[in-house]
Design a binder for this molecule. Structure first.
Ligand SMILES: [Zn+2]
Length: 43
């Protein structure tokens, strides 16, 4: 399941336990859901 860094917003495919963001070093990740259309739409 893909994860999204809450700090920089970069997406990462999978995390095993505690893995830092490869881009900003943040360890705060959220699971990215496939259907986010009901969330805030930026189109
Ligand atoms: Zn990040």
């Amino acid at each position: 399941m893909p994860y999204v860094c809450t700090h920089c917003g970069k997406k990462m495919k999978s995390l095993d336990g505690f893995v830092r963001c490869q881009y900003c070093g943040s360890r705060i990740m959220v699971k990215s859901r496939p259907n986010v259309s009901r969330e805030v739409k930026t189109d």
